[in-house]
Design a protein around this ligand. Structure first.
Ligand SMILES: Nc1ncnc2c1ncn2[C@@H]1O[C@H](COP(=O)(O)OP(=O)(O)OP(=O)(O)O)[C@@H](O)[C@H]1O
Length: 322
């Protein structure tokens, strides 16, 4: 997390800030965006568009530039170079107009207020906002409403931040590791609430280290590495060309490695793995090669009980970012 981050950024709209009615089909548009801190190229040439209504997950190892990119989308900091627009205008303008809400990992909450008081207090800073009771319901804050913030757990504070982010009924929600610190049940509840917001047509951009969250919730996953976009696509697209594991009960007379060599199937250096009477081939050349292997195993009677498993998103992530 960069030091520029704050809790929930929805600057009160100045009197002159009428919403941009011209609008744009794109919630976010980045063209060769760079952000350098001295010699550190935190974001190093990102081209990315996020259409309205899309739910996009940003994945990447520590230091990949996710938070820095989101900081720029939220107008906390400006790109060193390149063009970055939110709803066709400057990020700051979109935030000032209440069109962007954010849930970030850190930042001060007023510890002595209750959850409901916090929402009412922040609502009072906005010219237009949803009724606080609606926000309490949408963010599932009912059971916490009268609890002092200082007594809330980390996950409960994140839920409050989510409520604060919803106050201006923003068109774009930016979430930086929103479920960090939540237990499994709280994460499920959080994503249920977020699903409801996405179903209302809100655009959601979130950074996470939980690959399953990205797989379950995002329309598209963008993988960042070293300040750049490494690859992007749906889970299916990202795993399509990934290695398959073909396993079977071995019934051949020769060795599994010889069979793979005869079929021209490339395997990792350590060859097929044996466990009991089963053999597992890690086929790295994609679905055509695994199909060829399966066909040979079955038609030549080399293997029984054949199983094919596609690499998980975790594996793809590890391979891509290694
Ligand atoms: N204000 C800053 N000054 C100097 N370097 C910074 C600053 N903010 C970020 N960086 C550096 O930029 C790089 C990208 O950091 P960033 O926080 O964007 O990564 P990230 O993908 O969000 O990482 P994480 O998953 O750990 O949160 C890192 O090397 C980080 O140390």
């Amino acid at each position: 997390m960069s030091s520029t981050q704050q809790t929930t950024q929805q600057t009160s709209a100045p009197e002159t800030s009428a919403p941009d009615t011209a609008g744009s089909d794109l919630a976010v548009s980045a063209a060769n965006v760079q952000k350098h801190f001295g010699k550190v190229r935190a974001v190093d040439g990102v081209d990315l568009t996020v259409p309205r209504g899309e739910v996009m997950a940003l994945l990447g190892p520590n230091g990949a530039g996710k938070t820095t990119f989101l900081d720029m989308v939220l107008g906390f900091t400006r790109p060193s170079s390149g063009a970055l627009e939110v709803f066709g205008g400057s990020p700051r303008r979109a935030v000032a107009d209440g069109r962007v809400g954010a849930v970030l990992q850190t930042g001060a909450l007023l510890e002595d207020l209750t959850v409901a008081q916090t929402l009412r207090y922040v609502a009072g800073c906005h010219r237009r906002h949803l009724p606080v009771t609606d926000v309490i319901e949408r963010a599932q804050l009912g059971p916490l409403a009268s609890r002092p913030v200082k007594k809330c757990s980390g996950g409960e504070k994140q839920r409050l931040r989510f409520g604060l982010a919803l106050l201006t009924d923003p068109e774009l929600l930016v979430l930086d590791e929103p479920t960090a610190g939540m237990d499994v049940g709280a994460r499920a509840e959080f994503w249920d609430a977020m699903h409801a917001e996405a179903d209302r047509g809100r655009t959601v951009v979130f950074a996470t280290h939980y690959l399953q969250e990205a797989a379950d919730f995002a329309d598209r996953i963008v993988l960042m590495r070293q300040g750049r976009i490494h690859t992007s696509g749906t889970v299916h697209e990202l795993t399509e060309g990934a290695p398959r594991t073909v396993s079977c009960r071995w019934a051949g007379s020769g060795s599994p490695a010889e069979v793979a060599a005869r079929l021209g199937i490339a395997l990792p250096d350590d060859g097929p793995a044996a466990s009991g009477d089963r053999v597992a081939f890690s086929v790295i050349d994609g679905p055509e090669a695994s199909d060829r292997l399966v066909a040979a195993l079955l038609t030549e009677g080399l293997g029984h009980d054949v199983e094919v498993e596609r690499a998980t998103l975790d594996r793809v992530f590890l391979d891509l970012t290694a």
